[in-house]
Design a protein around this ligand. Structure first.
Ligand code: NAD
Length: 741
């Protein structure tokens, strides 16, 4: 028998080695053709009498599989929605049957009658790990970076092919197992072994021989423990003293961690709890039902679209101008070795690119390089990098004050003080020494690129590359097109972002670009609530309940209160007094000028930051700044949540109307990666689509009436509401995902 994606070789002992190696993909994924193959080889295993057992492994170096191809799930969702319009019940039943297919295939592996060992040679995720769990034994190689995970919850789904049922029946440590499932944690092999999910970790070279020997020595029972009479789960029963301690707490922790914004996380707990009370086949059915429900949730559809498909498309260069050859960037010059420049130097050198790091003094330049030393040393001490990685990375960074070192740089990134005159001076000095083809980028956070490019003799090669802090952690980069920026500059900037493994969005020039505009509205809403007398703790908690990763006051502390003060002063200077509410200016002036509270950087902001191990806590003085609301119980928590999300989503709609963002995917992906906009919604524009433009505009108008014109819906939204349109219908990017998988 031949298979499209697998090879099957039977050795002299009758042990089949099934190797998964998809010809046209760098990583194995489960798609329709893989499912056909799994059905076929399972049949061969049970019917071919010369086979006594099998080892399943992957032919990809250090990688087993990334799991199910999510574009396949997106396609079945599309079919479901098309059929739902005609007959919802039949559409749901069909979806259920569709999602049960993979689970049935894995159950067939488990019950084929022959012992099967999964030899996990590298990272094994999602559906692929579920397949491994359905084998009768699992060995993992000792490859450092190997990770095992069921990360479905991160795109609004749950492991729907037996993952929740087998993990809960295998594990000795239910608490860790629930965390792994509910958070989609990536486990190292040894941790998975300690939890009882894999049998052993063996040297990579010994992986296949050990797996075969286990079969030959008859150490592998071809009947799963839960298929035997009297099976007892190693972690104990639900109805037991231990179960009674675990389950109520698990529910409370879930509520605290997710604010119930993620239906799939709730379904996972239900699958494990309900599944533990019944035989495996019933458990698998329960799981498939919950999986169907998760698939039907708008959260899953939006999260799959933004966090997986769109993110992947942007990273693969969806916005890259065509017809421009890929540039091999070998050397990058960074001017300004401060907070941002030092971070940019690190991520650049980490990608194997040579860096010239320039500052005004040798001492300042060296200090910037020390940042890289600190970060990579931390990685080494945690076992995530080797000593030679550190040596290589540091050897790539040259700290200097000499501009002439930039002569053969392909790209320059300027990260000096946020001052137009200083930046202009740097532009001139740099352009005097660089090669004519080099691209010049500014990391400015507020100054329009078109204005900055006036200092350049070659504005076509002048672009904005806007990083977010901390640079090594934040995944998003905004590329800003000035009026004269050319396509080649954009293409090269995109090539660079690709090399440093971040996600780019392309933004047209505007005050604050995209992400900062939205996030300023979020922080401002927190300030306004404070002036209304809403308790600070409530503001922070409600923001997190809406799905934001950090509260607005905490976020403001991170970016610094004096920076907010400078931004507000500049806004008044440029746009007039009315542009900033005097109450808010007064709040920040009081915090900064009267109380010297600058944020985390001086240990005093909206929070106090006592020395570790003590935790930060809200500054008690906040209580005395505004008349508190007399009846806290009267505060409408739902409305507070809406204010936070609407303030940001409405700004995104304005940015879109102005043509600053031109692709709906960029608005959504940028909002989640750039400022953590409620990931459950799929991003700012998906949030509007999820509510429906009509309902969103009605909500804006309700908030406008009560809280003022900042909630006035913009023209585009009003027009869309009149026609009941969605962003992803009216502005849907033309992508054929079948060919992109
Ligand atoms: P910073 O003050 O930490 O660093 C600026 C560095 O530039 C200093 O080391 C300074 O010595 C150096 N410098 C000043 N003039 C110079 C010159 N003529 N030649 C060489 N070096 C010079 O500031 P930062 O926070 O790193 O910000 C740098 C830029 O990045 C600004 O434009 C800022 O708006 C932007 N930015 C900042 C953030 C942030 O969160 N801090 C985020 C995105 C973008």
């Amino acid at each position: 028998m031949t298979y499209k994606n697998f090879t099957l070789e039977i050795d002299k002992d009758g042990i089949a080695l099934i190797k998964w190696d998809m010809a046209d993909k760098s990583m194995n994924v489960i798609d329709e053709s893989v499912m056909d193959d799994i059905a076929a080889f399972t049949k061969e295993l049970s019917e071919n009498d010369t086979i006594i057992g099998a080892v399943i492994t992957s032919g990809k170096k250090n990688s087993f599989s990334g799991g199910a191809d999510l574009s396949m799930l997106e396609r079945s969702l599309k079919t479901y929605h098309a059929e739902k319009a005609k007959d919802e019940e039949t559409a749901t039943q069909k979806l259920f049957e569709g999602v049960s297919t993979l689970g049935t295939l894995f159950r067939n592996i488990e019950t084929c009658g022959k012992p099967i060992v999964c030899a996990i040679n590298g990272t094994c995720m999602g559906g692929a790990f579920e397949m491994a769990l359905s084998c009768h034994a699992r060995l993992a190689s000792d490859y450092d970076a190997l990770r095992l995970a069921l990360p479905e919850v991160q795109v609004g789904l749950l492991p729907g092919a037996g993952g929740t049922q087998r993990v809960s029946r295998l594990t000795k440590d239910m608490q860790s197992a629930l965390q792994m499932l509910v958070q989609g944690q990536r486990l190292k092999a040894l941790k998975a072994k300690a939890m009882g999910l894999i049998d052993d970790v063996v040297p990579a070279k010994r992986l296949i021989p050990t797996a075969k020997k286990m079969i030959k020595d008859r150490l592998v029972d071809p009947i799963a423990p839960w298929d035997k009479k009297g099976f007892k789960a190693p972690s104990g029963k639900v109805y037991s003293p231990a179960g009674m301690q675990l389950w109520p707490a698990a529910n409370a922790i879930l509520r605290q961690q997710t604010a119930m914004n993620y239906p799939a996380a709730q379904y996972i707990l239900s699958c494990v709890y309900e599944g533990s009370l019944v035989p495996i086949d019933v458990g698998l059915k329960i799981e498939a039902r919950y999986f169907t429900a998760a698939m039907q949730s708008p959260q899953a559809a939006n999260m799959i679209r933004s966090l997986f498909l769109s993110k992947g498309e942007l990273e693969k260069g969806a916005r890259r101008p065509t017809g421009i050859r890929n540039t091999k960037i070998k050397k990058v010059g960074i001017i300004g070795a401060g907070f941002m420049g030092a971070g940019i130097a690190y991520v650049t050198a980490k990608a194997g690119i040579e860096v010239i790091l320039i500052d005004q003094t040798q001492e300042a330049a060296n200090k910037g390089k020390t940042h890289s030393d600190r970060l990579i040393s931390k990685q080494v001490s945690r076992g995530r990098a080797k000593a030679e990685d550190k040596e290589k990375l540091l050897s790539l960074i040259t700290s200097t004050t000499e501009y002439k070192a930039l002569g053969d740089a392909d790209l320059i990134i300027e990260a000096v003080f946020e001052d137009g005159a200083i930046k202009a001076d740097v532009t001139k000095k740099v352009e005097a020494v660089i090669k004519p083809t080099a691209i010049y980028a500014s990391n400015t956070s507020t100054l329009p690129i078109t204005d900055l490019s006036v200092a350049s003799k070659r504005p076509k090669n002048f672009i904005g590359i806007h990083f977010f802090s901390p640079v090594d952690k934040m995944l998003l980069v905004e590329l800003i097109m000035g009026k004269k920026t050319g396509e080649r500059a954009l293409a090269i900037a995109l090539d660079y972002v690709h090399l440093i493994r971040k996600t780019p969005i392309v933004v047209n020039d505007s005050r604050g670009f995209y992400a900062n505009r939205c996030v300023l509205n979020y922080v401002r809403e927190g300030h306004i609530m404070l002036t209304e007398g809403i308790p600070a703790a409530m503001i922070e908690n409600v923001a997190k309940m809406s799905g934001m990763p950090v509260g607005p006051l905490s976020l403001n502390d991170e970016v610094a209160l004096d920076l907010s003060q400078r931004i507000m002063q500049a806004t008044i200077r440029d746009l007039g007094k009315k542009a900033v509410d005097p109450k808010l200016m007064d709040l920040i002036d009081t915090m900064v000028d009267k109380h010297g509270r600058l944020g985390r950087k001086n240990g005093k902001g909206f929070y106090d930051y006592p020395p570790k191990p003590a935790k930060k806590h809200l500054w008690p003085g906040l209580k005395d700044m505004f008349e508190p609301i007399s009846h806290v119980d009267d505060i409408d928590v739902q409305e507070l949540k809406e204010r936070f999300l609407v303030a940001q989503a409405l700004e995104a709609a304005r940015v879109f109307q102005e043509g600053v963002i031109t692709d709906v995917r960029e608005a959504d992906v940028g909002s989640i990666l750039g400022f953590g906009f409620a990931p459950w919604s799929g991003g700012t524009l998906s949030y509007i689509d999820m509510l429906g433009s009509k309902a969103f505009v009605t909500l804006c108008e309700k908030l406008q009436k009560k809280h003022g014109d900042r909630f006035r819906p913009n023209k585009l939204l009003v027009e869309m509401a009149a026609n009941n349109e969605k962003f992803y219908e009216r502005f849907n990017p033309k992508i054929d995902r079948k060919t992109e998988a």
